[in-house]
Design a protein around this ligand. Sequence first.
Ligand code: 0A1
Ligand code: ZN
Length: 852
Amino acid sequence: MQDAATATPETIFLKDYTPFGYKVDSVSLTFKLAPRATRVISKIVFSPNPETTDARFFLHGKQLDLKWAKIDGTEIATRAVPGGLEADVPTVPFLWEAEVEISPETNTALEGLYQSNGMYCTQCEAEGFRKITFYPDRPDVMSTFTVRIEGSEKVMLSNGNPTASGTGFAEWYDPWPKPAYLFALVAGDLVNHPGSFTTKSGRPVELNIWVRPGDEGKCAFGMEALKKSMTWDEEVYGCEYDLDLFNIVAVDDFNMGAMENKGLNIFNSSCVLASPETSTDANFERIEAIIAHEYFHNWTGNRITCRDWFQLCLKEGLTVFRDAQFTSDMRGAAVKRINDACDLRGRQYAEDNGPLAHPPRPDSFVEINNFYTATVYEKGAEVIGMLKRLVGDEAYTKALDLYFERHDGQACTIEDWLNVFEDATGRSMKRFKRWYTSAGTPRLSVKESYNKGTFKLTFRQDTPPTPGQKQKKPRVIPIAVGLLAEDGTETHPTQVLEMTKRQQSFKWEKLSAKPVASILREFSAPVILQRETNDTERAFLLAHDTDPFNRWEAGRELSKSTLKAMITTGAPASALYLDSLHAAIRDDAQDPGFRAMLLTLPGQSELAQMLHDDGVTPDPQAIYDAVQTLKLTMAQQMQDTLPRLYAASQVDGPYSPDAADANKRALAGAVLGLISRTDGGKTAQAQYDDADNMTQQLGGLSALLTAEKGEAAVQAFYTQWRHDRLVLDKWFMLQVAHAAPEATAATAEALTRHADFTHTNPNRFRATLGALAGNHAGFHHDSGASYALLADWLITLDPLNPQTTARMCAAFQTWRHYDAKRQDVMRAAMERILAQKDLSRDTTEMLSRILS
Ligand code: 0A1
Ligand code: ZN
């Protein structure tokens, strides 16, 4: 048995990249399936790589029981080395053959080949293939794959097209060379929801969503989303599908959302199964986006892949950017942009402004699984959005066409990507590249002046130091600006200013009066705008800005400024904020989804981050109290409007997850959350009782919990849904999310003792312990009980599933923002985890970085 885990964790550096000494000309794999003793027989044709002189023949391998290995038909002795094996090989092309035994049933890490509810499935990104067989498991080694699966399962799938099947076997061939991380195999007694698509050049494609029997009724929406994605990618990017078959499989035990394996996407069942009765509008939207994301990877990730894992944002940033464009087209640009900005500020800014900060393209890592982060994904997408804004839509299209033409079939780098933009536009990308190589969120401060018809904006950018990067060079920042006249009309439409220096001014001349500037429209760059302004100007922009993002932003700034005063001085809620918000939500000309976003207050952890940035130590209980007071005041002040708005936002007719209906329900839901603070939960109970879809039912339940009238409904919900694992996740999550600060730890702890709790299923674990970390005031409650509970469970989970454990350690990343006592208790919790014997490399790296 060879096991890389016994080797000392080593830091890997981008600067050390060297190509592998051998090319793989073809791979043929035979799987003889058995839960605890699957045999994998590999036949791999290697030839010396002319691009390198490195003759070391090293194959990755982890937890593999090697039975034999042969070269050109002769059995050979191999040398076990940390992380794999070495062998002496010929200097001419040769055939490597080996047989290994693995144990899918006991693979709780959900990486490599494992079993979920008895079904075999794989997860190979980033480095899971080395748990299947000995192989150069690195993304720059690409090959075609032939796969034979032998087993008694009804359905046995792999990548590419089927070539043969019969009793007890199925064979597959994937003609597109791919790295091992895109390999996939699924075998189980599955049923399919079929569909079909014809590509623009006339290729018929068979589509399938494969699920456990009983889940067939939850596939229709996913299938439609897939077809929409295929059409959109042809129309917008000219990207056509390239196999005869596209399979999606739903799996219950999965560490992430989904995986783009060539022709065989594997999905966490929560990210593909949907029905009106069991899924909320938010679930539908997320499912549509993830299906699109995985499908879009077929070109951005699969046809053009990454040279090494440092380049991860090459495929992820671009694919997130593409799925955001898709959602924007399907569901409306303004609400999507606001949602994305909230998400970025909530998750990525926390990362960028703490001990885990890293550039979208990091230059070192210990465990690559720890770099599937908001910075790589979401900031990686923002960087592409900025590129597009800077070069313009036409040049962006030209650059992307060149990217596909030049790099199809290759494993690429960020340099290749930027070169394409240089060649397509003639612009230098040297400075822009800093977005990829520097960590941290720039602070963009702006001063205004007006003198005799000339209006001047002077910007200054500063990025605080991040781990390993003290000095920050100025970045290229696209700043979208529009000017409004005093009466609210737009005198100067949006223009993109290009800031390239540390400090820079931009002028508008011959104005008849001092304008009001709308700055960073559409959230044109992922920076923190520090503007000299006041609530009167914010209220003006909330009422008049012609850019919907900035109109919303003005409301958000107002809410933050009132909450800050409430938290730090005990001031009452600002009348100006309440009045302007009231006026905005009464404006029926505005999209209901947009108004729902206006009514949504910033999250408590975002408020804590804001206070910390302003030099105030956040007191979680004080933040919680201020938010409760503000919501109650909103409900009281808008008492006349809210019931009318609630009634007007009801949707008639059968449920549809389309944006128009979903946005109305979003507004009704936001309003219900307020109404429930003054009507004792009456409206919420009625909505719960009458609900015929999960959005209404869950909205009713959550408002009942807000009104502290949820006990009976919680019980009833469990009885109704105990058979449905995905709905039950919501039940676990909601109770923890809504628990009062002092009751949060006890609520979560009691739920971990519930018969339906299981820590080996990542969805259930996250629903319970992730919700604990997400309940800001409850997680940081004085007692320290939540810190201890989370630490206990991370210690329990680590030996079984290091990946999910490590990701959840991020709950502690802001520990230094809090008071000394909380810091001590959080540090002690982390040190207790770190002191565990045989702690995984994943968790060790995360906690060491957080503590450093
Ligand atoms: N590439 C997938 C996400 C993914 C990444 C890693 C995984 O296991 C470590 C699993 C999935 C995506 O972007 O959707
Ligand atoms: Zn992705």
